[in-house]
Design a protein around this ligand. Sequence first.
Ligand code: ADP
Ligand code: MG
Length: 339
Amino acid sequence: MSDVIQLLPDHVANQIAAGEVVQRPASVIKELLENSIDAKAGKIQVIIKDAGKTLIQIIDNGVGMSNTDSRMSFERHATSKIKIADDLFSLKTKGFRGEALASIAAIAHVELKTKHEDDEIGSCIKVEGSKVVAQDPCVTPKGTCISVKNLFYNIPARRNFLKSDNVESRHIIDEFQRVALAHPDISFSLIHNSSELFQLPASNYRQRITNIFGGKTNEKLVPVEEETEIVKISGFVGKPEFAKKSRGEQFFFVNDRFIKSPYLNHAVQASFEGLLKDRSYPSYFLYLNVDPKSIDINIHPTKTEIKFDDEHSLYAILKSAIKHSLGQFNVAPLLDFER
Ligand code: ADP
Ligand code: MG
């Protein structure tokens, strides 16, 4: 019998990889925002139309790319962020897999304008379904502007699977807020169908939280600070009387990356023991800094799950730090009849 195995053509491989990286418009926003942050942008603008289904545009004033790099950036496994396998154990950037732009360009119409600060003139490149359809020099400010149009235009099943504009824009706002909360030193804006949803000036953590969740949030926040050999914790928990019936405002960031951790969430909930009414959830905005060598973020392409070397110690430290903070702010336990 003759041999039957063949390597998949690049555009097919990219489309398959895209299925994992890009579930919906919000995933594109997340990847592009992370690229702008890795490019050291101080200002990032997000413009979307029809909940990102028609247009997602991100404009940054970061380092930009050279002409050759602008083309290379769409190749799969092409990255400027890691070079050798060892780099995987000490990641300092958001990206490293080199597959976001390749994946996005496999399933959308993408236009990239970019200029590196050392260059006189910028480059404009158009990619559709993994094919570069145009590349020209262009006049553009230092930084990068990337437009992603007609997401999933070539995967009708995926396009039909997208939810209503309301639901998709909620996902976008969630991603946007997570990234903005992790980087208060960067100014962010979000415009949807010409209306401005957020305009966040560069500031500090407390100010950023207040700018996003409203002025009244400020008085709810109890600062949490702790530093040990394995972790530096900072951030805020909401006072128990402001706890909500749903888990809306609960955020963990590890090394400036939003993560989901039911285990650490449990530590927070446990530190509020006796302070909360039944079935209510405290707000928290907790920033953990750990040695990049002590975590593994490469569990899933979307990188929202992390493996910690010493999860149990982290749990104990977090719980006691929050208890301590609540104690200092004289938060008294509820009496039994109040619950
Ligand atoms: P990764 O972020 O994992 O490296 P991407 O596919 O997201 O992979 O991006 C590929 C490369 O393109 C990056 O490593 C970076 O060099 C370049 N790049 C992407 N977006 C930007 C940007 N906004 N500014 C400057 N360079 C960028
Ligand atoms: Mg990236």
